[in-house]
Design a protein around this ligand. Structure first.
Ligand code: SF4
Length: 255
């Protein structure tokens, strides 16, 4: 972690609760870099930000790490709480950071309704394709065929494409990146933080302990190699057929 970002962190919570190799640490730093860029240029006031999260490893990114107002809420209810904050305190910048299980499974309804209302919220999904904290169960974003605690013979269900789902609700800003695409990821967070309506960023973040261990991706390097094979830009994906896109991770801004 860069020294200049320490001012945004509660240092007393370190060492971090994340497992070694977890992508959530990289995402945490990317969020703080985007905040720092906007704060330094006078476009954002960190003291006027509220971070809301649900339950799970992704929820630990803002709470307890960020030295800010943070709400660590019930499972799947982060967006409901955030909606309350943004309606009662429109002067504050409200940012939801939570996992795919929290935002897309139990909280899925809140996600689509906040998007269709185009509420002034920034939602960052720390998407590790599994329920990491609660033992590695299948989640709505687990790719087909992957092994989890509850799909020991491989997941038979199609995963949600969260970006397509949120974009179909006509949210203002939607994009997907992986934690290995740090520069565009930081730029995307800057854009989301400066957008007026609902902004959603899906961030593919490795869970080496639950997803990786079961699917023979034992280190962040293994993950990187795997992601390199399947990642494709949104622009390229536009001209590809449905069959060719099976199993691909489409990154970029959704228009
Ligand atoms: S269980 Fe997975 S997501 Fe949770 S901290 Fe460990 S590596 Fe990260």
């Amino acid at each position: 972690m860069s020294r200049h970002l320490y001012k945004y962190l509660r240092e007393e919570v370190f060492p971090t609760p994340f497992c070694p190799g977890c992508g959530h640490g990289i995402l945490l730093q990317a969020i703080l870099r985007a905040i720092d860029e906007l704060s330094t240029s006078g476009h954002l006031d960190f003291t006027k930000m509220v971070f809301v999260s649900g339950i799970g490893c992704g929820a630990w990114i803002p709470s307890p790490h960020f030295k800010a107002d943070t709400l660590h809420t019930l499972h799947g209810r982060a967006i409901a709480y955030a909606t309350g904050v943004c309606l009662t305190r429109p002067d504050l910048k409200v940012v939801v950071i939570s996992g795919d299980g929290d935002l897309a499974a139990i909280g899925g309804n809140h996600l689509i309704h906040a998007a269709r209302r185009n509420l002034p919220l920034v939602v960052i999904c720390a998407n590790n394709s599994i329920y990491g904290m609660t033992g590695g169960q299948v989640s709505p974003t687990t790719p087909e065929g992957c092994l989890t605690e509850t799909t020991p013979f491989g997941n038979e269900e199609r995963p949600f494409d969260l970006c397509r789902l949120v974009k179909s609700c006509e949210a203002d800003y939607v994009s997907r990146w992986t934690v290995f695409h740090t520069k565009p990821l930081i730029k995307a967070i800057v854009k989301a933080l400066t957008s007026k309506g609902f902004s959603f960023i899906d961030v593919i973040s490795p869970c080496v302990t639950q997803f990786g261990r079961r699917n023979r991706l034992f280190s962040i390097y293994d993950y990187f190699q795997e992601i390199k094979k399947v990642v494709i830009s949104y622009e390229k994906a536009k001209v590809m057929g449905k069959g060719d896109l099976k199993g691909k991770i489409i990154i970029g801004e959704y228009d």
